[in-house]
Design a protein around this ligand. Sequence first.
Ligand code: C2E
Ligand code: CA
Ligand code: CA
Ligand code: CA
Length: 277
Amino acid sequence: TDGRGIFKVYSPDMGKKIRRYHYLLDEMRLAIASENFHLSFQPIVDVDDCAIDYFEALVRWEHPKEGLISPEEFIPIAEESNIILELGDWIMLESCRQMSAWYNAGMRKVKISVNISGVQLKHCNIYDWVMDKLSKTGLPAHALMLEITESTFIEASNKIIQTLEQLRAEGITIAIDDFGTGFSSLSTLADLPIDVIKLDRLFVSQAKDNAKYHKIMHSVSELGAKLGLKVVAEGVEDVKQFELVKSMGINSIQGYLISHPESSLNVGHKVLQDNLN
Ligand code: C2E
Ligand code: CA
Ligand code: CA
Ligand code: CA
């Protein structure tokens, strides 16, 4: 080196990032206490009849001064600092509570789908934790799906895999999220305790112009069918993408074409009326 050591890679940007990290960390602690988080819900629908199969619960942070802060920014910070344990606890309880209310209002064929961070899997017994939420809210196990990213699966210990297996035995559905971005091999899919593959939206957005992505999508769809897994395509934004996904035999879609994530109030107004009539 030239003797200047680490000062060579210093950039003023880094200081800004570190300050932002600590700022958001402190603000998140406050936000949990003052209930500034809420959930929005995005439907995942069957390609054949557009019936709702699942609602994915997505956390939203309405900051009193800064407005909406994206989960793409605060979830990684929450994970690094373990605040995700507290936040994730609230997310799971609130998701089950909301779905239980919808279930009791007549929405019987829809599952609530909750994102689980790898940090949560490592730090607590996910079986006891999930079962506790079900008993607290009265939600039936078959109305819950857990989304775990492909990269979390790649790092998961045998013990975590066994715990997920136990949850499946209770009737809970397990999905592998952001599939196709984590470099697991297709052959490992057969050994994972999963029911649903959520194909990352990268594939849907690229398939039209990129033959390689097109082929991968097709093989995932075929393999899913052979293994008895449901395949969901994320990020379907227009009719062309919808037609493509449908022609490949993919089971369900999620994306702006169907609906943006919405507040529970809007969902209640739109969906419950339809479902009950
Ligand atoms: P994800 O789990 O892949 O969630 C789907 C994301 O795609 C959501 O972004 C959703 O709003 C967005 N999306 C849905 N349809 C479309 C579409 O047609 N086009 C495009 N461009 N985007 C679409 P969101 O809500 O900003 O969440 C981003 C990520 O933050 C999530 O990605 C997930 O990794 C994380 N996240 C969000 N909520 C939670 C949560 O409650 N717990 C945990 N652990 N992570 C969460
Ligand atoms: Ca997800
Ligand atoms: Ca995803
Ligand atoms: Ca994603």
